[in-house]
Design a protein around this ligand. Structure first.
Ligand code: NIG
Ligand code: FE
Length: 408
């Protein structure tokens, strides 16, 4: 066996295994190899195992000096493209106003829509770059980025054009999603807006290759499950995958819809109850928890423990956005999933790597074994659990993407 690079001096290599989402008690089955070696060729892993067992020859060997290695973090849920800020909302909420009440009176998401509408594509790119840089430095290698602060179809297209332009400015692999976030404020425009989204915007996004999936915010202050069903069916007709924001404040049918339609993931779940947990356990849709939202909005943590115990596959994401989760780290959400959602460190690692990749429909990453992409994080620590224990967001010493060091 030949490799272009053999990495040694790995105190521990910790990785989930297999390309399918790890469900139920499989979510904790992380393989931990002590004194490991990792062999790379052509941007892929060709071998991972105990150093003493490496059977081949490598053109170059590098010693990592006794640090732990884990798969690159996959952040399956961000809204990294926005303009303006939500500092006034933050202060209002600190004085007792609710997130939903602020949205209902035209603030919240709608204030970010106004600020984003006033920005050029170049301004959106410039604003998003440092956010993506922070995700990279935290250990992310693949990051999903949603539109959703456009509302008007041409503004949604501009946000997705900004995501495409950002690819030239970051080594991260960006996975774009069209998010249909909130309906027009004027009730009489709602039906026509939905029609335009389904008949024009979604097909155009698919035709231009601007997104891989379509997401809808299902909530009392946003879209109903019936409206989301129309949009997701249009997505599937156009050849796009689907996902939903559901059960953030109220369980109004989004989770059941996502599972029934075979969506990639349903995200939030802070208000999910036994029926939604049972639906996710029975279906193939990944349950993505976003504990930054629980921290920032003071919501209950999503029921990660109950989901895993019931047999579901749980992923975790930052939900980086100005209103509900100003958290520019892809590592802290995994750490918070232990504290706020009841996951174990091993389950949290799987949630942030393999299961997050599966939540994006990506079967080639999120684990370190032969054939997988060589996306990984060299930690500052000798023990991989430090990544999940740490709350300072400074666990990553080096971040490698497709076999190359992208940040150190
Ligand atoms: O995932 N809840 C809906 N959408 C975003 C928040 C957007 C915002 O508040 O700006 C979320 O939490
Ligand atoms: Fe979100």
């Amino acid at each position: 066996m030949n490799a272009e690079l053999l990495l040694v001096g790995i105190s521990q290599l910790a990785t989930p295994q297999g390309s399918a989402p790890a469900r139920g008690n499989r979510q904790s089955e992380v393989r931990v190899i002590e004194d490991a070696a990792l062999a790379l060729e052509g941007g892929r892993v060709v071998w991972a195992g105990p150093r003493s067992g490496w059977p081949g020859s490598a053109r170059e060997t590098r010693d990592l000096g006794g640090r732990a290695v884990v798969p690159g973090l996959v952040d399956p849920h961000t809204h990294a493209v926005w303009a303006g800020d939500r500092l006034a909302d933050f202060e209002a909420r600190a004085r007792g106003d609710g997130y939903e009440a602020i949205l209902a009176r035209g603030g919240g998401i709608r204030s970010t829509v106004r600020a984003t509408a006033a920005a050029s594509v170049q301004e959106l790119v410039d604003l998003a770059r440092p956010r993506l840089e922070a995700l990279l430095r935290s250990g992310a290698t693949t990051v999903e980025v949603k539109s959703g602060y456009g509302l008007e179809p041409e503004a949604e297209l501009r946000a997705l054009e900004a995501v495409a332009a950002l690819r030239a400015h970051t080594p991260l692999e960006l996975i774009p999603t069209l998010l249909i976030h909130v309906p027009p404020a004027e009730a009489q425009r709602r039906a026509r807006y939905l029609e335009a989204v389904c008949a024009e915007l979604v097909p155009e996004v698919a035709r231009r290759g601007l997104a891989d999936a379509v997401d809808v915010f299902v909530e009392r202050e946003a879209f109903s499950a019936a409206e989301a069903e129309r949009i997701l069916e249009a997505a599937h007709r156009a050849g796009l995958r689907s996902k939903l924001h559901a059960d953030q404040f109220h369980a109004v049918g989004g989770t059941e819809l996502a599972v029934r339609l075979g969506s990639l993931s349903v995200d939030h779940l802070e208000a999910s109850g036994p029926d939604q947990i049972a639906a996710l356990a029975a279906g193939s849709t990944v349950a993505t928890v976003l504990p930054g939202v629980s921290l920032h909005l003071g919501l209950p943590g999503a029921p990660g423990r109950a989901l895993i115990d019931a047999g579901a596959a749980v992923a975790v994401g930052s939900d980086l956005n100005p209103g509900s989760s100003p958290l520019a780290s892809s590592a802290l959400p995994a750490a918070l999933a232990v504290r706020l959602c009841g996951l174990t460190p091993a389950e949290a690692l799987t949630a942030a790597t393999l299961n997050a990749a599966c939540a994006l429909g990506l079967g080639d990453r999120g684990r370190l074994e032969a054939g997988a992409r060589a996306d990984f994080v060299v930690l500052t620590a000798r023990d991989w659990r430090a990544l999940i224990y740490d709350l300072s967001g400074r666990s990553a010493a080096e971040v490698w993407i497709s076999g190359r060091c992208a940040a150190r």
